[in-house]
Design a protein around this ligand. Structure first.
Ligand code: ZN
Length: 323
């Protein structure tokens, strides 16, 4: 089985963005040491809009240079970088202390087709200028990759031919989000043209879905209780607050949820279950999502144990190498 662990590298988008040091640099350094120890590659999806906005704001210059250095470091070490777009940065404002975000422009589909295409091309060319090889893969911010048709030409122009935004069975129509993957094809990966969740054998793009599975209320009870009892193990390293709209605590504690297979914090305890399921279903690969900002001490330990256990009998690869 090929296993691709992917990291959306970004700040928080709620009331507090958090610091670049704790949300991005420090946890990613921990991940790079882990990758070096076991000689495995990761795939990073840096939030391109954030970097471009930082270019315009002198107060963010030091952070920007540190981020660019970290990206160049992992690039030189053989990790993959993909295009990650949180287009709300187009409307974000620096208030002298921190960033204020207008999430009514959260996803590319909140912009006109022309604006959205321009964003894709601008962000991709900026990111490619930092990298040794042009990017091949895309992940929409907040999984909001639909509709894809308005930006398909722009993606093609930039050389993007892979997408990893879909997780089978996922759905969220609560503002500012919108995605519906409930009718995604029941195959491991597929070609698409206009919608990454709809198979089109003639398609120019290939969907490499993030693995997904059900999480019971018991899982979330444990997550919240351990977080309360042992904060030093379970508190995220990142120090910001998430955007609203991701599902309430009450819902999580009372019914099962179909969510991504994730390396974030306590979610990493479920990686072995995900691998077992993927093997049973004869899947050729397992794509895992994570966020450096959401790493915890406990999660890092669990992730390391997972990698140590499986790096002999499975192959850890970059996203573009899963096929
Ligand atoms: Zn993101």
């Amino acid at each position: 089985m090929k296993i691709a662990i992917t990291w959306d590298y970004e700040l928080f988008f709620g009331e507090r963005s958090g610091t670049v040091e704790l949300c991005m640099l420090e946890p990613s350094n921990r991940l790079l040491s882990l990758a070096g120890k076991y000689k495995i590659p990761f795939t990073f999806f840096p939030d391109a809009g954030c970097l471009i906005k930082f270019e315009e704001q002198a107060a963010c210059n030091q952070d920007l240079q540190a981020i660019k250095n970290q990206i160049r470091l992992w690039d030189a070490q053989g990790h993959e970088t993909g295009l990650h777009i949180h287009p709300h940065w187009e409307k974000s404002r620096w208030n002298g202390r921190q960033w204020e975000h207008d999430l009514s422009f959260y996803k590319l589909s909140d912009f006109s087709a022309e604006e959205a295409s321009g964003i894709v091309e601008r962000y991709a060319s900026y990111m490619n200028s930092l990298l040794s090889q042009p990017m091949q893969s895309y992940r929409a911010g907040g999984w909001c990759a639909q509709p894809f048709a308005p930006v398909a030409d722009a993606m093609k122009k930039t050389g993007i031919h892979l997408d990893s935004s879909v997780f089978k069975g996922g759905k969220n129509a609560k503002k500012p989000y919108y995605y519906d993957f409930t009718d995604a094809p029941e195959v491991s990966h597929w070609k698409f043209t206009e919608d990454p969740a709809v198979l089109d054998v003639e398609g120019d793009f290939t969907e490499l879905p993030i693995a997904s599975m059900n999480y019971s209320p018991l899982f979330f009870w444990k997550l919240f209780v351990f977080g309360r009892l042992f904060p030093s193990h379970h508190k995220p390293i990142g120090n910001g607050t998430p955007a609203k709209g991701g599902g309430s605590k009450k819902q999580l504690l009372t019914r099962a949820h179909r969510l991504c297979v994730s390396a974030d914090g306590y979610f990493s305890t479920q990686l072995n279950r995900a691998l077992r399921k993927a093997k049973q279903a004869n899947e050729p690969f397992l794509v895992v999502i994570g966020h450096p900002k959401a790493l915890t001490e406990y999660g890092l330990k669990t992730l390391e144990a997972f990698i140590a256990e499986h790096c002999g009998d499975h192959e850890f690869v970059t996203l573009s190498s899963v096929l």
